[in-house]
Ligand binder design. Structure first.
Ligand code: MSP
Length: 645
């Protein structure tokens, strides 16, 4: 055990934008980090980006910008999304940092010296998009088992990590440490994976310009996964700041999707740590996948992933809640809807359903019913709890223990269920004690006890939900007239800590209900529009077609139009005295270099136009509606200017 609660997300590839899947892991980590901070512990919550590897280089080339620039843009997108989702990390690590490079090379050196790394020959299959070496047995009909794309055969000298050596030790370690690999199902899978036999892992490849060089060998670069795993050591100060490392290491919890557990985090990673002679993490937790509402895996190539912030904005629009509240509602939904280790299909309807039932009704009701009663009967001032108060004290203690037990094992859903049981008891209590009757009957002492307990229950609920919904927790405190910074502390999860005399500050309901019927109508209209067949184009006559002059041209020059991210300006040779200037809206799909010397089809008699200050005389033809999916070209090398009939 270290002094610090050190928690990590995987570091995300910069080849894709942050989506609901990456947000899920990050929100889960943020929730645990906030929980431990509430308890007064020192927390290091690290997330970041995995920037090396071929994929970054390829994506940057596609975008037509230098790799470093592309990567910076993507990092900014991650950081912006995390901020919008109320993620409060302590460290954002980028594998392109100089400090990380130093640590990676140092780890490599130490493991080479200890014999845990050796130079061998790699023969096998590699999937470029996934940055993964594959075993023959993994390949499905020549394609990668994960992304389904074609794999490449490679044979080259390479360094290997002696993963095979640790198999027995690792098996025993896992069997002796019940919570090392979580949840149970994932742990069983890992045991099965190790028992099949571990092969040494290839951790280098032929030298590239972009990756971290193997120290002392000009011909090799470090394989991106080996580099990426070391980020967890870099954050803790390994080999650079030994005092810090001694305090921070090992990680208390490492959360990730189940895809990167068995091979990477449950074998290669522990093997590296064993080789270095440092402790293994206390808990590695592999959660399930969020699937699209069709049940398919969300992926960039299918274009079916959900953007988390945009989803929250939509919820805010439908409900009238503040966007920050809707973000919290999404955080709540993700951690409540599905047990952390299992898969779930995301649907906006289910999100709204929980927003109405759990947040507007259960949580919102307790607040929105108690505050007006206190205003009406007690001048808006928290009463002094008399001997009849403390009715919910046992329920509060039970809930606190249940939440603590659940969160110790990353059981977010269990924790929230316990809190919602308490809210249920609070609502029931208020309902059964009928403060309005007590008031009518002049039972002032009892009335004060009941309203004190109800408000106190709301206060406690605010602390309990604060790790999940930080903005909502603050807002509840404010409406109770409390300073959130002082009120949101775990040791105040105990009945009776609401200071009497506090003036409440009731405001609008935090969670306005969504009208389900209206929403359903809107969603159905939208779905119908999306499914509607495209309007058929009117017929044209042959003469009309012939009026169009289509010619083959060759692209001689291509560059971006400054300040217009969709436009390229081209010079196209149509066999005329001068090449034609043509502006094409394809800059997001094609990079200027890949167009050079291509034979393209041009509408040569299109009226000239000036687009963003650039002259354009003609138009390129491409397949695709909004986006250009492919350029029209010819299948033989015909002279420029050839007419299309
Ligand atoms: N760069 C590696 C990780 C290196 S860690 C040393 C990587 N990156 S990734 O960008 O592909 O992110 C993978 C992680 O994102 C998953 O492990 C998971 O945490 C999260 N998810 C991505 N898609 C997901 C879903 N559809 N559902 C849930 N989580 C998913 O792998």
């Amino acid at each position: 055990m270290s002094d610090v609660f050190y928690i990590t997300t995987p570091i995300y590839y910069v080849s894709g934008v942050p989506h609901l899947g990456s947000a899920y892991t990050t929100i889960a980590c943020d929730t645990l980090a906030r929980y431990h901070r509430l308890r007064g512990e020192e927390v290091v919550f690290a997330t970041g980006t995995d920037e090396h590897g071929n994929k970054s280089v390829l994506e940057a080339a596609k975008a037509g910008v230098p790799t470093a620039e592309y990567v910076d843009q993507m990092v900014a997108a991650y950081q912006e999304t995390w901020e919008r989702l109320h993620i409060r990390y302590d460290r954002f690590i980028r594998t392109s940092e100089a400090e990380h490079t130093r640590v990676v090379q140092e780890v490599f050196r130490r493991l080479l010296e200890s014999g845990d790394i050796y130079l061998g020959e790699y023969e096998g299959w590699y999937c470029v998009p996934c940055e993964t070496y594959l075993l023959e047995a993994d390949i499905i009909a020549g394609n990668c088992p994960d992304c389904g794309r074609e794999v490449n055969r490679v044979s080259e000298p390479a360094y290997f990590l002696r993963t095979s050596k640790v198999a027995d030790r690792l098996l025993h370690y896992i069997e002796d440490h019940e919570h090392f690999i979580m949840p149970d199902g994932a742990c069983k899978e890992v045991l099965g994976f190790i028992k099949q036999g571990l092969q040494d892992a290839c951790i280098s490849r032929a030298r590239t310009d972009w990756d971290i060089p193997v120290p002392g060998d000009d011909t090799q670069s470090i394989y991106v996964w080996f580099d990426a795993l070391i980020n967890y050591l870099t954050v803790a100060g390994f080999a650079v700041d030994e005092a810090k490392f001694a305090r921070v290491w090992p990680p208390a919890a490492q959360l990730m999707g189940k895809d990167i557990l068995p091979r990477f985090h449950a074998t290669i990673w522990p093997a590296m740590l064993m080789g270095l002679g440092v402790d293994l993490p206390e808990m590695i937790y592999a959660h399930g996948w969020w699937l699209a509402d069709t049940g398919d895996k969300m992926s960039k190539s299918r274009g079916n992933f959900v953007l988390p912030y945009e989803t929250a904005v939509e919820l805010a629009e439908q409900s009238g809640a503040r966007t920050a509240v809707a973000v919290d509602a999404l955080r709540y939904f993700l951690l409540r809807e599905v047990p952390f280790g299992l898969d779930g299909a995301f649907s906006f309807r289910a999100l709204v359903g929980r927003f109405n039932a759990d947040l507007a009704n259960d949580l919102g009701n307790l607040l929105n019913r108690s505050l007006p009663l206190v205003e009406r009967y007690l001048d808006g001032v928290v009463p002094t709890p008399g001997p009849g108060a403390g009715n919910l004290a046992d329920a509060v203690d039970r809930t606190r223990e249940a939440v603590e037990q659940a969160l110790a094992l990353a059981d977010f859903r269990g924790a929230l269920e316990a809190v919602w049981e308490l809210l249920g008891e609070g609502n029931k209590f208020l309902h059964e004690r009928e403060p309005w009757t007590l008031y009518k009957d002049g039972k002032q002492v009892e009335l004060e006890a009941v309203l004190y307990d109800a408000l106190d229950c709301v206060r406690i609920a605010a602390i309990l939900i604060a790790p999940f919904m930080p903005v909502v927790a603050e807002e509840i405190c404010q409406q109770l007239g409390l300073d959130p910074a002082a009120a949101l502390r775990w040791d105040l999860v105990a009945a009776g800590a609401l200071p009497p005399g506090t003036k409440i500050e009731r405001d609008n309901p935090i969670f306005p209900r969504v009208d389900m019927e209206r929403l359903e109508q809107k969603l159905q209209n939208r779905e119908q529009e999306a499914a509607a067949p495209a309007v058929e184009a009117p017929m044209v006559t042959l003469d009309q077609f012939k009026a169009m002059e289509l010619r083959v041209g060759k692209v001689l020059e291509a560059e971006r139009v400054p300040g217009a991210d969709k436009l390229l300006q081209l010079r196209v040779d149509l066999g005329e005295a001068e090449p034609r200037p043509i502006v094409a809206g394809i800059a997001q799909e094609f990079n200027p270099r890949e167009l050079l010397d291509r034979l393209v089809i041009v509408i040569a008699n299109l009226e000239p136009a000036t687009i963003r200050g650039v002259e354009s005389r003609g138009m390129l033809l491409a397949a695709g509606e909004e986006k250009a999916l492919a350029l029209l070209t010819v299948d033989a090398d015909v002279p420029v200017g050839t007419k299309i009939r």
